[in-house]
Design a protein around this ligand. Structure first.
Ligand code: HAM
Length: 428
């Protein structure tokens, strides 16, 4: 019996894989323009990193991690997000004391979350993101949001909604947490089991509850905006004013709390509904974090970053026909006549490939007519025919698939002749 892929994972094949590479390249280039450098942390980390970093009260850590014991009985986890791993990498490699701050990194790769699969939601998906660590001002947040916005614009996504909120500083969150505890004190017993846990570990997470009866109760909960300290309010106003100055549109959403525990001050999400009306959820999200670096054993410096879900980006780009035609047309199709010509065919293909032309070879022992049909189907501009005679004379038959003209050229002049024909410069 055939074996299928694991539920919630998906195969990315051929042209679709090209679109992933395209999206990741566009974003990587723009990240470089903003002076971010690439990093590649491992997929596997010790589980404690995420428990401490992302927070034991978060759904990601409580329910969604792929955690297992390795052969030496150490608990390891397939990363459910990048940020904690990037901070670990910075702390472990002691990058902060010896480098000028902020450190600016971008990354891309698979992440794993045991969620219920649905439209735009996978158990293995790809994230592209950035982290800017070591500079705490409102303007570092703005630069990172501007970077994300530029990336989306460069991909052609014009009507992005940026939802933004502030979670305030530690003082604001402590006050708000206390207010929530007070509010839910006599209600939590009638709420779902998850909320009862959240009440103990991090009552802010109750605001994310998806159970309809609980949502009714949550509607009347105290609003975070009332508990934001003056300093944090001022910081948030600075963020908003700078976004306006840069003509980056936003919507303040004071219900936005984000599902990961490390955030403080500015948090944001990027939403986009495709013209077909498909809503894939947030296509990206991020925010500022004050304590994460310190929590993971580093100095007391803040950071800010975001991650995009590459699957969601590819889906909206494809829905809205914003993906460029990435198919690379084949310059030549090499057609060896008989198995004895295969070695020579490889040399012929190599000659053109080294000049930068995409070339394919027919390694099927089929009739010439059949090979021509395949060349046509592949969109090859030249057919290069080699058989016993050509090997003996060290020549190649070059047929222009469009004009149907055919010439025999020596192996030495193969490259220059093909270049001429492909550039439309051949002599008549
Ligand atoms: P997040 O909101 O958990 O944030 O994930 C970021 C993005 O990953 C989401 O906006 C979404 O596009 C995509 N995503 C999340 N879950 C799934 C899924 N199951 N299937 C497909 N796509 C998904 C973070 O991961 C933070 N580390 C972002 C960050 C970076 N904050 C600061 N720096």
């Amino acid at each position: 019996m055939a074996i299928n892929n694991v539920k919630g994972t998906h195969d990315i094949i051929g042209k679709e894989a090209d679109t992933y590479a395209y999206v990741e390249n566009v974003m990587g280039q723009i990240a470089s323009f903003f002076a971010f450098q690439p990093v590649r942390p491992p997929v596997l980390e010790y589980s404690e990193l995420f428990v401490r970093g992302v927070g034991e009260g978060s759904d990601v850590v409580r329910k969604e991690m792929y955690t297992f014991l390795d052969k030496a009985d150490r608990s390891v986890t397939l990363r459910p997000e990048f940020t904690a791993g990037i901070v670990r990498l910075i702390v472990q490699n002691k990058l902060i004391p010896v480098n000028e701050l902020p450190l600016k990194f971008y990354y891309c790769g698979p992440v794993f979350r045991y969620e219920r699969p649905q439209l735009g939601r996978y158990r293995q998906f790809n994230q592209f993101g950035v982290e800017c660590i070591g500079h705490g001002s409102a303007y570092a947040d703005v630069e990172v949001i501007a970077l994300a916005y530029t990336m989306l614009q460069s991909l052609g996504l014009e009507n992005v909604t940026i939802k933004i909120n502030t979670l305030g500083d530690e003082e604001s969150r402590n006050n708000y947490r206390a207010a929530l505890k007070d509010f839910f004190k006599d209600k939590v017993a009638n709420m779902c089991g998850d909320c009862q846990n959240r009440y103990e570990i991090n009552p802010l997470r109750i605001l994310d509850c998806k159970v309809p009866e609980d949502q009714e109760i949550v509607k009347n909960a105290p609003k975070m905006s009332k508990y934001i300290s003056e300093a944090s309010q001022k910081r948030f106003q600075d963020v908003l004013a700078a976004l306006e100055e840069m003509e980056i549109p936003y919507e303040v959403d004071d219900t936005l709390v984000r599902g990961l525990d490390y955030y403080s001050e500015t948090v944001f999400e990027f939403h986009y509904v495709s013209k077909k009306g498909n809503n894939y959820g947030a296509i990206g999200a991020g925010g500022h974090y004050d304590k994460l670096v310190h929590e993971l054993g580093g100095p007391d410096v803040p950071g800010v970053g975001f991650s995009f879900g590459v699957e969601r980006l590819v889906s909206v780009l494809s829905d809205d026909e914003l993906l460029p035609d990435l198919s690379m047309s084949l310059a030549a199709y090499v057609m060896p006549i008989g198995i004895d010509s295969y070695k020579y065919a490889l040399n012929v293909a190599d000659e053109l490939r080294l000049l930068g032309y995409p070339v394919d070879i027919c390694f099927d022992d089929v009739k010439l007519g059949n090979m021509f049909k395949r060349a046509e189907k592949k969109g090859a501009r030249l057919a290069l025919i080699v058989g016993e005679e050509e090997i003996k004379n060290n020549t190649v038959i070059v047929k222009n698939m469009e004009s149907k003209e055919q010439i025999t050229v020596s192996f030495e002049e193969l490259g220059s002749k093909c270049e001429e024909i492909l550039a439309g410069k051949e002599e008549k």
